[in-house]
Design a protein around this ligand. Structure first.
Ligand code: BF8
Length: 628
């Protein structure tokens, strides 16, 4: 392949200049990436894409003929609606479990911190601790924050398998929204219970009514958004601080030519935040110099990266499809991973260079990686050992194989719900006034992943630009926020790309038109934002002129997020079709029938400009209903 051809391929694969540069390098060096594996998988199974195959039991696998042939039922007798709905619930509960199990670990560390058993942790945000404790009915006056934190952690942990059948955090939703959940019978009862019940219903011979299956999907997703994910966000804030606006840099140019590069990848900040704190250690800095480096350069990746960026301003090298590219720069001494969204092939990629991949969770080991188990009791010691290992690997870097792109992009992050509210003067009145006046038409949360089915970041960037141009404020989490960061949309100067009304508000407040609200569990911040605005207006979330979008999603977690958005009343547009098109009944219920329940629904639109049209139309519909 000629150099020109590999550049052309790189340009088809990704939007970002630094990504393109390193994709070209992978092609020149013959290093396999997700794009190559995606091409090798073509054509992918059409039955699977429609959601009509079932591999749940040993009588199968079965598949339904989407063209009305003889195989209209699986061996057990399940029809296409049951199979499609069951597969969707299966995906969703995997995603909800991932978020919520992450949340549980954070709450457990909060408990160990309160008990003085965790090394290097502290109660950082006492104000948030007090707010949560009050919600849980825990006495705070005159008490040591550690005692309050202990009671709170036990209170939240209890909700994973509660017998009281009620999730405290879900009571943050406005009353009209909770009424809808009650009427539809989807009020979340506990976190683990909904997931276990979902697995039960998926078993052969249990739930065979697609409507009933999908209602439970809604309830399971709500136990994630208003339960496990929210617990992850809130307790991470208590431990490490609630984010406030912070500036940093992004893209692959955040890697350093002369420092030890450590990439912190995954989702949970528990170890990575301790690594950030420990990297300041003078002894480690000296060791790095001894090995010929000018220091230690920590960069984030995916949602662990978002957590560190939001609270500590750690540069973020990239998103989901950047994990192999970071390694392919030839300049990464160590990639430390916790869990979720980590390619199982990362050690194979690393074996092409000197990079060491270090797994740290007993739940997520990868053959070919080094395993250094994270435990809160000795987190600082583990962090030190990991950083040392990376430093000692620095002399193995081969300068002939290093290529680090130039010019990182500046960005602003740290927009927690509390920060946004405080910036507006303590309530949402100013924002509501701007929405009523039409200066800002509404708000859309763009979330989710990258997916090699679509040019990396194209969906996120194009949709965000379209929306801000139309005076619609954009809030983002996950890889979507990273995409827009790389594209220069997360700086106040990007207000020049917004419509006149939105631009004027951004200039007044000195904020970007696209606000980075955090990692994927931090989609719970978007829920709280919507809930608090709705409460000030005295309406349900489904009445607000807001929307959601996941233009490039790939993950089961995104299925759960999309569903709790819609179940909470947020109309949500997906850029990648979910695997439900084999059942017109399931499709119609999700794209239309739900409107009668939650005043919102899913839409599927791969073209981000048309997705913006749909979102704007929905915002206008809701504005009209509110008489504004
Ligand atoms: O939880 S957006 S690719 S990194 S799943 Fe994964 Fe998707 Fe990125 Fe964060 Ni979320």
């Amino acid at each position: 392949m000629t150099g020109k051809e590999s550049i052309e391929i790189a340009q088809q694969r990704a939007m970002d200049r630094t990504d393109q540069e390193i994709i070209t390098k992978t092609i020149e060096e013959g290093v396999e990436t997700a794009w190559d594996r995606f091409a090798l998988q073509q054509p992918q199974c059409g039955f699977g894409q429609l959601g009509v195959c079932c591999n749940n039991c040993a009588m199968g696998p079965c598949r339904i003929d989407p063209f009305g042939g003889k195989t209209s039922r699986g061996v057990c007798g399940a029809d296409v609606d049951t199979i499609v709905a069951r597969n969707l619930l299966d995906d969703l509960c995997v995603g909800a479990a991932a978020h919520s199990d992450h949340g549980r670990e954070v709450v457990e560390v909060l408990l160990e911190t309160a008990e003085g058993k965790a090394q290097g942790y502290q109660i950082t945000d006492v104000e948030k601790l007090t707010v949560l404790a009050k919600e849980y009915g825990i006495k705070t006056d005159g008490r040591d924050p550690k005692d309050v934190a202990k009671d709170l952690a036990i209170g939240i942990l209890e909700e994973f398998g509660t017998v009281k059948n009620r999730l405290q955090l879900s009571e943050r939703a406005p009353e009209p929204t909770r009424e809808i959940w009650k009427k539809a019978g989807v009020m979340p009862r506990s976190i683990d219970r909904e997931i276990v019940e979902a697995m039960h219903r998926i078993h052969m011979g249990v739930d065979a009514d697609y409507v009933n299956i999908l209602l439970h999907a809604m309830r399971t997703s709500l136990s994630d958004g208003w339960g496990g994910s929210m617990a992850a966000t809130e307790c991470s804030d208590i431990l490490f601080g609630t984010p406030t606006p912070i500036t940093s840099i992004t893209n692959l140019a955040t890697l350093s030519k002369d420092k030890v590069n450590i990439v912190l990848h995954g989702h949970n900040p528990l170890l990575s935040q301790i690594i950030v704190n420990t990297a300041e250690d003078a002894e480690l800095k000296r060791l790095a110099e001894e090995k010929g480096a000018k220091g230690i350069n920590l960069v984030g990746m995916c949602c662990t990266g978002n957590e560190l960026l939001m609270r500590s301003g750690i540069p973020i090298a990239g998103s989901f499809l950047d994990q192999e590219l970071a390694i392919a720069t030839g300049a990464v001494e160590a990639m430390i991973v916790d869990y979720q969204c980590i390619f199982p092939s990362v050690p194979a990629t690393a074996s092409c260079y000197h990079t060491k991949v270090i797994t740290t969770s007993s739940k997520a080991k990868i053959i070919g990686a080094s395993y250094m188990e994270f435990n809160p009791e000795n987190a600082v010691d583990t962090a030190k050992s990991i950083i040392k290992l990376a430093i000692e690997n620095f002399p193995n870097r081969n300068p002939d194989r290093v290529r680090i792109p130039e010019r990182p992009m500046k960005l602003m992050a740290g927009f927690s719900e509390e920060t946004i509210r405080k910036a507006l003067g303590g309530s949402y009145k100013a924002l509501i006034d701007a929405i009523v006046a039409g200066t800002i038409k509404g708000c859309v949360g763009i979330v989710g992943c990258n997916n090699p089915r679509i040019k990396q970041d194209y969906g996120h960037i194009t949709l965000a630009k379209e929306l801000i141009k139309r005076n619609i404020l954009v809030v983002e989490t996950g890889c979507s926020a990273i995409a827009c960061g790389k594209a220069g949309l997360l700086v106040p100067e990007a207000a020049s790309l917004a419509g006149e009304g939105l631009a004027s508000v951004c200039k007044l407040l000195g904020i970007p038109p696209v606000l980075h609200m955090g990692s994927c569990v931090d989609c719970s911040r978007i829920l709280v934002l919507a809930a608090n605005i709705a409460k000030e207006l005295g309406v349900g979330i489904g009445d607000l002129p807001i929307g959601g979008a996941a233009p490039e999603w790939y993950s089961q977690k995104a299925v759960s997020i999309g569903t709790y958005f819609v179940s909470s009343g947020v109309y949500t547009v997906l850029g990648i079709p979910p695997k439900i098109f084999g059942s017109s009944n399931v499709l119609n219920l999700l794209a239309d029938g739900l409107k009668g329940i939650t005043n919102s629904a899913f839409a599927v639109e791969p073209d981000p400009v048309k997705a913006a049209d749909l979102l704007e139309a929905e915002i206008n519909r809701k504005r009209k209903a509110l008489n504004i």
